[in-house]
Design a binder for this molecule. Structure first.
Ligand code: UDX
Length: 446
């Protein structure tokens, strides 16, 4: 089938590559000429395991192509996916200008029936706005053409996006037209094996489903972070509590890892947007407001602990392991590492940081500054440091040579923002070890 994707960002590219992979003829449209040139040359502007190979293979096979020509895009696909960004406005609501601009372009150029698929995460009611925008342009052209608008939210995790798309646990489609529903069933057929993963519903429910999923996951995390704070006050170990509650299948083991807060392009933005939506319809979502407040507090927790340990941080050197908001991505949007580093800089401390893929991104964000030293290895970052803060649980950090680490650090103090290490082992290795929601074990005397 012929598919056009507007927006060659994260969601658009993954969607385009995966739909081409199963044999569709996909054209990706983006306004950014540099990005399109890079893609045409076989490059991929983001880091996502497996994506570059998939893009190259399908481009070579002629099933995937790229253009900045909007008219060509509208002419190409029966399906017109909208996968452009919806950055948060000042007040936390999603900014729909790019989505609606695509809708208007489709209206300007279409010559026969089109199915417009909202893939971007957009507030409830956006499909109606897309429909109005498109219909308005058709009317001004004096054309009476048929089209449908469908909501088809994505549930991709960064670092696992290809797998999530190719083997989804559900495919949510919101439409009010049974004929369109059938066409989407055909398009998603190759991903809908073993048992029916398509969940068909009305458009508004599909739009809300996306927010509900992310808000629920964020709630689990903030709940556990709340428990970790209580555990610290009460002398309990949140990791034992985690295993104890996770065994109940109604709770489950997933997404109950306490840490130094959730980041990324989705949870913070979507929780904010849903709070904003709730308020705007006269229902302040109390649970979500708390989820956000707890997360803001949690991102400050490593800095609070460092301060509690050292008192004044001016002139101190702190090693930071992990800059990305989670492993297997170079994405630093809303990353806890940023809150920590910025607080340390404000205190007059120096950061020596290592991340296996996000250092370029870090340099792009912060530029060169004397109080930030980006180091080629984790060990180099730890050299001469007063303390080490582990912020992202990359595999590379899981089993360091602790003796060597102790020797290169100025003092053996570790703040573990992801509860990666065993407190007893750390004490045995001679470290003062602070984790999240875990009792401290006194180190053996040197
Ligand atoms: C998320 C959703 O998982 C995905 O379905 C949606 O489409 C987009 O948002 P992503 O932002 O890529 O995906 O990352 P995810 O793996 O969900 O992690 C989000 C954040 O939560 C990370 O900062 C991670 O460190 C944190 N987290 C996750 C925890 O602190 N504890 C956990 O138990 C799980």
């Amino acid at each position: 089938m012929k598919v056009t994707i507007f927006g060659s960002g994260y969601v658009g590219l993954v969607t385009g590559a995966c739909l081409a992979e199963v044999g569709n003829d996909v054209l990706c449209v983006d306004v950014d000429e540099r990005k399109i040139d890079l893609l045409k040359a076989g490059g991929v502007p983001i880091y996502e395991p497996g994506l570059e190979e998939m893009v190259r293979k399908n481009t070579a096979a002629g099933r995937l192509s790229f253009t900045t020509d909007v008219a060509a895009g509208v002419a190409h696909g029966l399906f017109q996916f909208i996968a452009v960004g919806t950055p948060p406005d000042e007040d936390g609501s999603a900014d729909l200008q790019y989505v609606l601009a695509v809708a208007r372009s489709i209206g300007e150029h279409m010559e026969d029936y089109r199915i417009v698929v909202d893939k971007s995460t957009v507030p409830v009611g956006t499909a109606d706005k897309v429909r109005q925008a498109l219909a308005g342009v058709l009317e001004s052209r004096g054309r009476n053409l048929e089209f449908d608008v469908v909501s088809n939210p994505e549930f991709l995790k960064e670092g696992a996006a290809i797998d999530d798309f190719m083997r989804p646990d559900r495919i949510v489609v919101g439409t009010d037209n049974p004929r369109t529903a059938e066409l989407l069933r055909v398009l998603y057929g190759p991903f809908n094996r073993n048992h029916d993963r398509l969940v068909m519903m009305d458009i508004r429910s599909a739009e809300l489903t996306k927010y509900a999923a992310n808000a629920m996951l964020a709630t689990k995390i903030s709940f556990m972070n709340e428990m970790s704070a209580l555990a610290e006050k009460l002398g309990a170990d949140v990791e034992a509590v985690r295993r104890g509650i996770g065994a109940d299948p109604r709770i489950g083991y997933h997404f109950i890892y306490p840490g130094c807060g959730y980041g990324g392009s989705c949870f913070p933005k979507d929780v904010k947007a849903l709070i904003h939506t709730g308020r705007s319809v006269g229902h302040a979502p109390a649970v979500l407001e708390a989820v956000e407040a707890v997360n803001d507090r949690q991102k400050a927790v490593l800095h609070d602990k460092l301060k509690a340990h050292f008192g004044d941080l001016a002139g101190r050197t702190i090693a930071v392991w992990g800059l990305a908001f989670k492993p297997n991505t170079d994405d630093m949007r809303e990353a806890p590492s940023r809150v920590l580093m910025e607080a340390l800089w404000a205190d007059g401390a120096t950061v020596r940081a290592h991340d296996p893929v996000a250092m370029e991104e870090c340099e792009r964000i912060y530029g060169e500054r004397p109080d930030l030293v980006l180091c080629a290895t984790p060990e180099e970052a730890a050299e001469g440091a007063d303390a080490l803060a582990l912020v992202t649980e990359w595999n590379l950090f899981r089993s360091p040579d602790f003796q060597a680490l102790r020797e290169i650090m100025k003092s053996p103090v570790v703040f573990d923002g992801r509860n990666v290490y065993d407190p007893q082992r750390m004490a045995d290795e001679g470290f003062i070890y602070h984790a999240i929601g875990r009792p401290e074990v006194n180190p053996r005397p040197a």
